[in-house]
Each structure stands twice: as structure tokens, then as C-alpha cells.
Ligand binder design. Structure first.
Ligand code: COI
Length: 349
């Protein structure tokens, strides 16, 4: 922190050349309180200096994981604008995740307006062109003090944000290395399609063990059959087959409807004329028919997989053409260097 005139304490700006995917403090956060017994449920919300929050030790989210979150990014364009990417899509998913966790839906317009204003208020933390993006993390938490397991009445939506660079140290320029696991990321019939806290919590232990052995992450098979690929710890997966067809697992109870997943499919199909199939994708097909494998996510962006290890056998994916072509277009839209024919970006500045 640095002191400025009037003794207002300002947060320090980061070194723009050294951004990673790590939390750093910024100026403002957003908060809105909700009570299920009120109409409307949510208050108007307010922006406040970023600070620790006060909650009861018995707040339901802390014992029972009654919390959901989102991730979305804003970027600068070369002509001086700041563009937020598809906040309406995150707002929709935030609502769907809320329903699955017995939380009240946060209105989409309030979500989008709050995200836009968060970027404006933290504008000095939006990285210069080409240096990274400003990542927003909206959360909805059941904050009612509760000992017994059951639905809550009191909720808090929080949004914080910070400048970020690549998710992987050094950017993983040659792609990531994944260990294929004969286990599911989430339970069948469970919360896999919702972006909730618990889907991520259990995977940290699993991935850490493989990271210690030189892997970047893991690739989970489906929990019902242990036959189809699903996701890594935090991204969707795409295969380009040797015949040129791109396949990604269809949305079901174990697949998160990723915003970058959807953008990838739309760009590949409509702008690049690629054939994309959404269907179950067997690990055997990945190994026998695959030419290129890549992952998608807001934090991961479009990330090549250089190799997977399955039953002790290494399978390499040296091709990166499809990913590079799609990323070029997605990035172009996100940074305003390419016409946004889909109407995905929201101009913040
Ligand atoms: C994101 O991609 O925004 C996520 O929330 C995934 C998380 C593992 C960083």
C-alpha cells in the first residue's frame, strides 16, 4: 500500500510484466445481502473498499459448503476501451448454480451491472494491452448461522477482482501434462453442472499428488462408467480427431457448462467452419483417434495438452492448430481487435 494526499491508503499496482493467476488486493469490492423472506430478496448492493468480511462462525456456507462462484474477465483494447467478456452468460450460470445449492437466484441484470461497475471502480488494476486481464470472482454464500443441515434464509453476494496473467507458471508454452484418473470429478447425479465450492474442494488433494510427480493437472473419467473423459480440475476438454472433427463431452450432470467452452464451440463452428460434436468422448477414442487435445476455461483460456498418461502409457498430442486458430479469434473478440459479431463483449469504458 502507498499513502496518498489526504492519507487515503491506495493499494499498490502490480508489476505488469510479472502477472500470474494469484490474488492481489485491489480498491473495491461489491456486496449485496439477500433474505429469502423478503420481496425482493436482494438489496440494491453497494461498493465498498476491499476488506475482510464479517460472518458468524456458524454461517452455513462454512460448515456445509453452501456457496457458488463465477469467474469472468475484462481486458483492454488497443483503441483504449475496456471490454468485459460475456457477463450475461456468467449471470445465467450463477442462477442455475444457485438453484442446485438451494440459494436464491441473483438477478442477472444486477449481476451484470455490478460486474461492469466493479471493473470501472478498479480500472487502474486492469492490465495494459497484452499484459493480462482483470478477473472478477462473484460469490454467493449462505451466511445464516445454522447448526443443523437445511436451507438458509440469509445470503451474501460478493464480487472481488484482481489483475491476472497465465494460470500456469511460465504459461506452459508447450502445453500441459495430464494424468488420466480412473475416477470421477463429481458424483453421478450430483452438483457437477453447478459452479459450487465443493466441486473444487475435493479435487485439490487429488491433483496435488500428481502435481508432485510432474503433472500440471489431472483428467477425470466419468463417475458412472469410468470410460468417458469429463474435465480437468478446472477446465473443459476438447479433442481434435485425425479426421479433423472436434469433439467435446456433451453437457450432463458431470460437465460444467463453461463460458469458454461455449465460445470455443461457436467460434469453431460459425467463424472457422470446423465440425464440432458434443457427445460422450471415450478415453479410448482420445488415445486412438486424437491428434490434438486442449482444455478451455476462463482461467485456463484455451490451453494445449502436450501429453496425457493413462495406465502408465504416455500419449502425446503434438498438434496445436485448432486451438491456436480458435484462441486467436476468441482473444481478438475479447480485446476488441476483431469484430464482435456475436455481441459478446460489454463496453465498460
Ligand atoms: C475459472 O476458470 O474461472 C475458474 O473458476 C476455475 C478455477 C479452477 C480457477
Amino acid at each position: 500500500m502507498t499513502a496518498t494526499a489526504g492519507s487515503l491508503m491506495q493499494k499498490s499496482l502490480p508489476n505488469w510484466d510479472n502477472l500470474s493467476f494469484a490474488f492481489t488486493e485491489t480498491d473495491f469490492m461489491y456486496r449485496s445481502y439477500g433474505d429469502k423472506r423478503n420481496v425482493p430478496i436482494w438489496d440494491r448492493g453497494e461498493f465498498a473498499p476491499l476488506a475482510d468480511i464479517k460472518v458468524s462462525p456458524a454461517a452455513a456456507f462454512m460448515s456445509y459448503g453452501l456457496g457458488i462462484f463465477e469467474g469472468l474477465k475484462a481486458q483492454r483494447s488497443a483503441d483504449g476501451r475496456i471490454l468485459l467478456f460475456r457477463p450475461d452468460k456468467n449471470a445465467e450460470r450463477f442462477k442455475r448454480s444457485a438453484v442446485r445449492l438451494s440459494l436464491p437466484e441473483f438477478p442477472a441484470h444486477q449481476f451484470v451491472e455490478a460486474c461492469v461497475e466493479m471493473v470501472r471502480r478498479n480500472e487502474r488494476f486492469v492490465p495494459p494491452v497484452g499484459k493480462g486481464s482483470f478477473y472478477l470472482r462473484p460469490l454467493e454464500l449462505a451466511v445464516e448461522p445454522k447448526l443443523g443441515l437445511g436451507p438458509s434464509n440469509l445470503f451474501l453476494v460478493l464480487i472481488y477482482g484482481c489483475p491476472v496473467g497465465s494460470y500456469f507458471t511460465g504459461g506452459a508454452p508447450k502445453g500441459v501434462r495430464l494424468q488420466v484418473l480412473e475416477q470421477g470429478r463429481v458424483a453421478p447425479g450430483g452438483t457437477g453442472y453447478a459452479k459450487c465450492m465443493s466441486n473444487y474442494a475435493g479435487g485439490i488433494y487429488v491433483a496435488s499428488q500428481w502435481k508432485e510427480k510432474g503433472f500440471d493437472d489431472v483428467l477425470y473419467l466419468d463417475a458412472r462408467h469410468l470410460k468417458y473423459v469429463t474435465e480437468t480440475s478446472g477446465s473443459n476438454v476438447f479433442l481434435k480427431r485425425k479426421d479433423g472433427v472436434i469433439v467435446t463431452p456433451s453437457l450432463d450432470d458431470q460437465i460444467l457448462p463453461g463460458v469458454t467452452r461455449d465460445s470455443t464451440i461457436q467460434v469453431a463452428r460459425s467463424l472457422l467452419g470446423m465440425k464440432v460434436e458434443e457427445r460422450p468422448l471415450a478415453i479410448d477414442e482420445v488415445i486412438e483417434e486424437g491428434e490434438e487435445l486442449f482444455c478451455t476455461g476462463t482461467a485456463w483460456t484455451l490451453q494445449s495438452v502436450r501429453e496425457i498418461v493413462h495406465h502408465g502409457i504416455t500419449v502425446k498430442f503434438p498438434v496445436e492448430d485448432a486451438r491456436k486458430a480458435i484462441l486467436d479469434v476468441v482473444r481478438g473478440i475479447q480485446t476488441g481487435s476483431r469484430e464482435d459479431t456475436f455481441g459478446w463483449t460489454v463496453k465498460v469504458r
